[in-house]
Write a new protein. Structure first.
Length: 83
């Protein structure tokens, strides 16, 4: 298990380019964990809004990852070029 903590922020680069449109900077804090096995990785993370621009509800994100090079070492796991 690997703990994960990340800070995500979104800010418009040129908000003054479009008059009348205001895009405030939003901040999210993500906390979770990743389990890594031989052939797969599974993670879950809770997203906490840190300001009003990020919203008011807590979110959840997950990931399921297959390592194809380990599942099929004789096909996808082979190097493209060998010496």
């Amino acid at each position: 298990m690997t703990p994960v903590i990340e800070l995500v922020w979104t800010s418009a680069a040129g908000s003054s380019a479009v008059p009348g449109i205001s895009q405030p900077t939003s901040f999210l804090l993500g906390t979770g964990a990743v389990w890594t096995g031989t052939y797969t990785a599974i993670s879950a993370e809770v997203l906490w809004p840190l300001n009003g621009a990020a919203g008011h509800n807590i979110g959840l994100i997950g990931m399921f990852h297959l390592f194809f090079d380990d599942l099929m070492p004789n096909t996808l796991g082979k190097p493209l070029l060998e010496r």
